[in-house]
Design a protein around this ligand. Structure first.
Ligand SMILES: Cc1cc2nc3c(=O)[nH]c(=O)nc-3n(C[C@H](O)[C@H](O)[C@H](O)COP(=O)(O)OP(=O)(O)OC[C@H]3O[C@@H](n4cnc5c(N)ncnc54)[C@H](O)[C@@H]3O)c2cc1C
Length: 444
């Protein structure tokens, strides 16, 4: 399969060196597909999108469903993210969104985002998944005084128009809530969202889907898809599924050359995470950071961080622009330097884990949930812009409903099929240019 980055980024046989892999319960058995089988729906990709779609198809619509996953279920971004179940999923800011779609549509989009967070909470309780949740809401921290002023205005707007309540924390109030230190100029705590162990969540969904009768096959990449007698034939090495309908749930890992070539409509981007050894109470106090709130800063190329329930500190930010070992090592050092700059009292606290994965941008700068044009019976959901724990969960349910012939009431922003990138072979250059531009804007 042809994809944007070097093959190391897609090597499903290589171990993911994440804390999550070390601390999640073992993966349920999902043997590779063998022989030719039939189903109502074939789902390609077993992350949050594909697993939620499969659960909805099986439980609500009583359709037979086969999930094909190139690696192990949860191998992609769903098993290696920061675990922020929060609002988000688009790169357009609030003003840009209103300028493009109007206030009413923007409010409908926020309502979908809120429903997505509630969906994750519902999944955890319905399927009895213990995913180490913590954090009541999320904390945005200003990296400049100007960013703080803007943040306060946005919080007031969101409360007034979207019913999103928040708490403004002035610079001298940060220490009081345990988010001290010198790196920030105030913050806003949005009272929506929570944090979780992403792989425990993914594997919990796998177990629930298997219990609901879904067939899930790991190590089963879909290498070709073609129309055959009014259905779709999805081929994996040595086997095939024949299904009336297909759901594409491949997000940042979508191939460029397998129909419908969704990869060409996406701009995958690495995000990287480091985790420290557990900090003790004195170390937390020394830095002034004791809150269990998940937090991020106001930069465009933002940093996201949280104290995990066992006292480790997770810190993430943009990753390399290549999967080559040298580039990855440079980013590992960059992430560590950024961590030490923002949390100087912890400069001697060792990093125990470092890993990366692909998030997915689109040219339209927002996600898509809907039919695949010119492919009758095919649906896709992707492009969560690094915020898919919640949105992918909800989007998976929505495309399953569409597959079953329902028409969910979706805001316009998520129903515009992303355009292909012009000269898609140049996407890595676009990425480099955008990263440089954003880094300059963040420094101003
Ligand atoms: C480091 C990192 C940190 C992140 N942090 C957060 C966060 O804190 N909060 C948040 O909301 N979001 C976060 N995200 C984003 C979030 O993880 C994703 O948006 C979400 O997991 C997308 O889910 P998905 O199921 O659509 O895609 P994925 O989980 O990426 O799953 C796609 C799957 O498709 C499979 N696949 C691809 N092609 C084929 C094929 N041809 N045949 C079979 N299978 C195929 C892949 O192997 C992969 O497992 C982060 C992402 C990363 C990488």
């Amino acid at each position: 399969m042809k994809r944007l980055f070097e093959s190391a980024a897609y090597d499903t046989a290589a171990a993911v060196p994440s804390l999550w892999e070390e601390t999640a319960p073992p993966a349920p058995e999902t043997p590779p597909l063998e022989g030719d089988i039939q189903a109502d729906v074939a789902v390609i990709g077993a992350g949050y999108t594909g697993l939620n779609a499969a659960l909805q198809l099986a439980e609500e619509h009583h359709l037979s469903c086969v999930v094909l996953e190139a690696g192990r279920p949860g191998w992609g971004a769903s098993g290696r993210n920061g675990g922020f179940a929060c609002l988000g999923g688009a790169l357009l800011d609030r003003a840009q969104e209103i300028a493009r779609y109007g206030l009413e549509e923007t409010a409908r989009h926020r309502a979908l985002q809120k429903a997505a967070v509630a969906r994750v909470a519902d999944n955890l309780s319905r399927y009895d998944i213990d995913a180490d949740t913590h954090s009541e809401g999320e904390l945005e921290l200003a990296h400049t005084p100007r960013a703080f002023t803007h943040m306060v205005e946005e919080a007031a707007f969101a409360e007034r128009h979207f019913g999103l309540s928040s708490q403004v924390i002035p610079p001298d109030g940060l220490a009081e809530i345990g988010a001290g230190g010198h790196a920030f100029h105030g913050g806003v705590r949005l009272k929506c969202g929570f944090a979780l162990h992403p792989l425990k969540y993914a594997r919990g969904l796998v177990r629930a889907a298997l219990a609901a009768g879904v067939a899930i096959h790991g190590d089963s990449p879909a290498t070709d898809i073609r129309a055959e007698g009014g259905a779709w034939r999805v081929t994996t090495p040595g086997s095939a599924v024949r299904a009336r309908q297909v759901i594409f749930a491949t997000n940042g890992y979508a191939p460029d050359d397998v129909p419908p070539r969704l990869g060409l409509r996406t701009l995958p981007l690495f995000s990287s995470i480091m985790v420290t050894r557990p900090l003790n109470r004195d170390e937390m106090q020394a830095q002034g950071w004791t809150t269990d709130l998940m937090a991020f800063d106001s930069r465009i190329l933002l940093h996201y961080f949280r104290l995990l329930p066992d006292g480790r500190f997770l810190f993430g930010r943009r990753g390399a622009l290549s999967a080559e070992a040298r580039a990855v090592e440079r980013v590992r050092l960059d992430v560590r330097r950024a961590f030490e700059r923002m949390f100087p009292s912890w400069r001697d606290v060792e990093t125990t884990h470092f890993w990366s994965g692909l998030i997915c941008m689109t040219r339209n700068r927002h996600p898509y949930i809907g039919p695949v044009p010119d492919m009758p019976g095919a649906f896709a959901a992707f492009g969560y812009h690094g915020n898919g724990v919640a949105m992918a969960s909800e989007a998976g349910r929505m495309i399953a409903d569409m597959t079953a012939g329902k028409t969910p009431d979706l805001p316009r922003i998520v129903t515009e099929f992303p355009r292909e990138f012009p000269l898609p072979g140049l996407r890595r250059l676009y990425l480099r240019a955008a990263t440089m531009q954003y880094a300059i804007r963040d420094a101003l």
